[in-house]
Design a binder for this molecule. Structure first.
Ligand SMILES: Cc1cc2nc3c(=O)[nH]c(=O)nc-3n(C[C@H](O)[C@H](O)[C@H](O)COP(=O)(O)OP(=O)(O)OC[C@H]3O[C@@H](n4cnc5c(N)ncnc54)[C@H](O)[C@@H]3O)c2cc1C
Length: 375
């Protein structure tokens, strides 16, 4: 009988397992993949999440591996529209840290192996979760039946735990589609994030470790068989910037949607991360949001399983609070996507001028900087 079984060893499940173990609980993480996914996803770690990761003893290692983005620059038609500085942000981490998700997961997995050796099992696909009264039963594809006091579903957007608990979710597809790729960084922008607000749609570029830069371009429709040449041409046509297409290390075309589980807590099953809520990646908040679910949840679990406290009300507050945070993040992502949609050049010029003027007001600048960094 384990205290907690976590289904899913992505960034959110791994982080939750570390904090629960540090709090003195026995944890088991079940992950269906036999190896870590190299599919490139999250890069941005925001200040509140860095604070949370410091509690798990991994913030320093991530900072060694990442690039500190201290400002964002908006450009249009070759001119600067405005700048957003993060250096005045409160707290210990006045920047957004850019680290590829695969490396973040590696750091978390290493840390979990330190604090709870043998607690992470790969190649185990969970098929169902059942509340039997005395304990929770977790079944696997290989026919194992495991027991725990509590089950946490951190098994991503297609969550088996969510389905097994009978929780439905609302889903919204957006019309926005993107093409994304990593190239050698030949720009002068170094550690700045750059948004090109252009009539054909937004182009974003972010620094990554090892002299790489990620480019994300809004496309009129989902590109079926993308090539580096296509992405390079789109970037050149919209921004005038020429990337080295021969240096591509990743290429991906994607559409976006949001999903919200109708409940995050059902009896002794709790959903966190993408299993509970998926937000559009434009704005880079999904993984961060999942980590913040964990910091809210762990004290409740320890109060229940270690101190024997009645945590019914605290769990209800967790459910409502994290649902609110997910809806706020979804609204923010919605705004970010709207900012990047194509506009006729005269309207875009007016909008950009207004945006630049507003951002020159210190209070507005600081509010935008805090909003972009989840504070
Ligand atoms: C292009 C893109 C860019 C993004 N950029 C950012 C960003 O900059 N910042 C940010 O915060 N977020 C970003 N995100 C979102 C981020 O990637 C996700 O929010 C994050 O991966 C969610 O983590 P998770 O651990 O909840 O779920 P996942 O990463 O999906 O992990 C779930 C794990 O559960 C495992 N699993 C699933 N089912 C089972 C089962 N039945 N049994 C056992 N294991 C199972 C899966 O194999 C997987 O390893 C981006 C997403 C995309 C697509």
């Amino acid at each position: 009988m384990h205290d907690v079984i976590l289904v899913g060893g992505g960034p959110v499940g791994l982080y939750a397992a570390i904090l629960l173990r540090q709090a003195g609980l026995d944890v088991l993480v079940l992950e269906q993949r036999t190896t870590r996914s190299n599919h490139s996803r999250a890069i941005g770690i925001h200040p509140p999440a860095l604070q949370a990761l410091a509690e798990a003893g991994v913030a320093d290692e991530l900072m060694l591996r990442g690039v500190k983005i201290r400002e964002g620059v908006a450009r249009s038609a070759g001119r600067e529209v405005t700048r957003l500085s993060f250096t005045g942000l409160p707290g210990d981490y006045p920047f957004v840290l850019a680290v590829p998700q695969v490396q973040t997961e590696q750091v978390l997995e290493d840390r979990l192996a330190e604090v709870a050796p043998g607690s992470f099992r790969r190649g185990v696909e969970v098929t169902g979760v059942f509340d039997t009264g005395p304990s929770m039963l977790v079944t696997t594809a290989s026919g194992e039946v495991l027991q725990a006091q509590l089950v946490i579903g951190a098994d991503g957007g297609k969550s088996t735990v969510r389905a097994s608990a009978g929780v439905t979710s609302s889903m919204q597809h957006y019309p926005d589609t993107y093409l994304m790729g990593d190239f050698a960084d030949t720009s002068e922008d170094r550690s700045s994030a750059v948004l090109y607000l252009e009539p054909g749609g937004i182009v974003e570029s972010f620094p990554l470790p090892d002299g790489v830069r990620r480019w994300v371009v809004r496309t009129p429709s989902l590109i079926g068989c993308p090539t580096a040449g296509m992405l390079g041409q789109l970037i050149l046509d919209r921004t005038g910037v020429s990337v080295d297409v021969g240096s591509t290390s990743m290429l991906s075309a994607f559409g976006v949607h949001r999903r919200l589980a109708r409940r995050f807590v059902v009896g002794r099953t709790v959903l966190i991360g993408d299993a509970a809520h998926q937000v559009s990646p434009i704005g880079g908040q999904g993984m961060n949001l999942g980590w913040l679910d964990v910091t809210a949840l762990v004290p409740i679990i320890t109060a229940s399983l270690i101190d024997g406290a009645d945590v019914g009300q605290a769990l209800a507050a967790f459910d409502a609070g994290r649902r609110g945070a997910a809806m706020t993040a979804a609204r923010q992502a919605h705004l970010n996507m709207a900012l990047g949609r194509p506009l006729p050049a005269p309207v875009l010029t007016l909008r950009n001028a207004l945006f630049g003027r507003c951002n020159r007001v210190p209070a507005v600048h600081d509010t935008i900087a805090r909003t972009f960094t989840m504070q």
